[in-house]
Design a protein around this ligand. Structure first.
Ligand SMILES: NC(=O)c1ccc[n+]([C@@H]2O[C@H](COP(=O)([O-])OP(=O)(O)OC[C@H]3O[C@@H](n4cnc5c(N)ncnc54)[C@H](O)[C@@H]3O)[C@@H](O)[C@H]2O)c1
Ligand SMILES: C[C@@H](O)[C@H](N)C(=O)O
Length: 371
């Protein structure tokens, strides 16, 4: 049984796809028999071994980022083995596709009930407030991104789950190397989002070494998907342009035209996420990896979009908050460790991303209107 939310909606579908490389195997999982919340000061705890059952049953907190493939998980593990969940109402296509429940990651007891009652074995933790929206509500971002993470870590350790948490290009700051940013370097982000993601990386690795938690983390670039609206991030422009170009042939960009940022198409993001989760633990020299596919500026994206909608009119109205965030983030990622350790490689470059987005969203609708 799995709980799937938002970005996990794509995962919920992907893991169900017959072609998905997700291996089902019995994997002895060594874990500490004592929950981190129960460890006393003398820290005396007894390690026990669990064996995973036939296939992972996946809990993914949050669902929004990627909609289109939101049911692949169900093809893989069975329609009723995937519960979609969020604190917000899902669209009908999600709600009627399979089990959906309300779940708030700040409700530790409820999360425990979900994990125990559904015999969850894998957990993908996606619920978070993104960079720009987090700066507009720091207390909420701190609660969701940090307290929520703590709940997830304790539950994952207590129930010996394999845990994936996405980090981000936002986990770097102005003193990090920017071109490229390696896996290991100074990380002093200047947003509550970035601070919470560095905290997630460090806490996940601590729980791995202290409690044997099988924690895995990828730093995602800006993820571009055709099926969900942007969630209040700094890279939102790279999703919004497609909707605006098709709808009215006009786009107002909130970043400077030359602001270069690492970006990735959703299919590559999902492939990397599943590949790292299925990689043998012995192949992982790290627990947090950069992954990269491309980097582009708004101007470069505009030129590519105009190959599909030549009449597109673009204006630049810079959002000072987002611009300052973007200027503190890496321009390129060095993801050589991921490519070496578990065979990561991307499939989509800028041209293929744009073509795929318009194939899904339909660029001709705008051209048809014009004509
Ligand atoms: N979208 C990207 O470009 C990108 C890039 C890097 C990393 N990520 C990471 O991927 C994850 C998902 O990103 P996204 O773009 O879908 O974010 P989003 O802001 O679009 O969605 C966040 C979701 O979290 C849910 N949520 C908020 N508070 C919650 C709570 N208390 N309990 C349960 N759910 C709650 C919201 O309802 C929403 O559906 C985040 O962890 C983000 O850091 C995203
Ligand atoms: C980059 C990613 O973390 C998110 N889209 C943001 O801009 O905040």
């Amino acid at each position: 049984m799995a709980i799937v939310k938002n970005l996990g909606r794509t995962l919920s579908q992907l893991l169900q796809s017959p072609g998905c490389g997700c291996q089902t195997s019995i994997v002895p999982v060594r874990c500490i028999g004592v929950s981190p919340r129960q460890v006393t000061s003398d820290a005396s705890f007894h390690s026990v071994s669990f064996s995973e059952t036939d296939h992972p049953r996946v809990l993914i907190t949050e669902y929004k980022l990627i909609v289109p493939c939101a049911f692949l998980f169900r093809k893989r593990f069975g329609r009723n083995n995937v519960i979609l969940s969020d604190i917000r109402k899902p669209p009908d296509d999600v709600f009627y596709n399979g089990p959906f429940i309300y779940s708030d990651i700040l409700d530790y007891k409820n999360l425990c009930e979900i994990v125990v009652n559904n015999r969850i074995t894998w957990l993908f933790h996606y619920s978070a407030l993104l960079s720009a929206v987090g700066e507009a509500n720091v207390p909420l971002a701190r609660a969701v991104n940090i307290t929520g993470l703590h709940n997830i870590l304790d539950i994952a350790a207590e129930h010996s789950l394999r845990l994936f948490v996405p980090s981000t290009i936002g986990a770097f700051g102005p003193t990090s190397p920017r071109n490229p940013a390696p896996d290991l370097c100074i990380q002093r982000p200047r947003t509550i989002y970035g601070v919470s993601k560095v905290h997630a990386e460090l806490m996940g690795e601590y729980y791995h070494y202290r409690y044997g938690l099988d924690f895995r983390c990828l730093r995602y670039p800006g993820i571009i998907s055709a099926d969900s609206q942007p969630g209040g991030g700094t890279t939102d422009y790279a999703v919004q342009i497609f909707h605006d170009a098709i709808k009215n042939g006009k786009f107002q960009c909130n970043l400077k035209s030359d602001t270069r940022l690492p970006m990735m198409y959703i299919d590559d993001c999902l492939k990397a996420t599943l590949d790292v989760m299925e990689a043998p633990a012995a192949s992982l020299s790290m627990r947090t990896y950069n992954i990269s596919a491309m980097s582009f500026s708004p101007e470069e994206l505009v030129q590519e979009v105009k190959k599909h909608i030549p009449e597109l009119q673009v204006t630049y109205t810079v959002d000072a908050v987002r611009q300052a965030i973007a200027d503190s983030w890496p321009m390129n990622f060095d993801d050589s460790n991921a490519r070496r350790d578990w065979g990561w490689k991307h499939d989509f470059d800028l041209s293929e991303l744009v073509t795929t987005m318009f194939n899904i969203l339909g660029s001709d609708s705008r051209v048809a209107q014009i004509n």
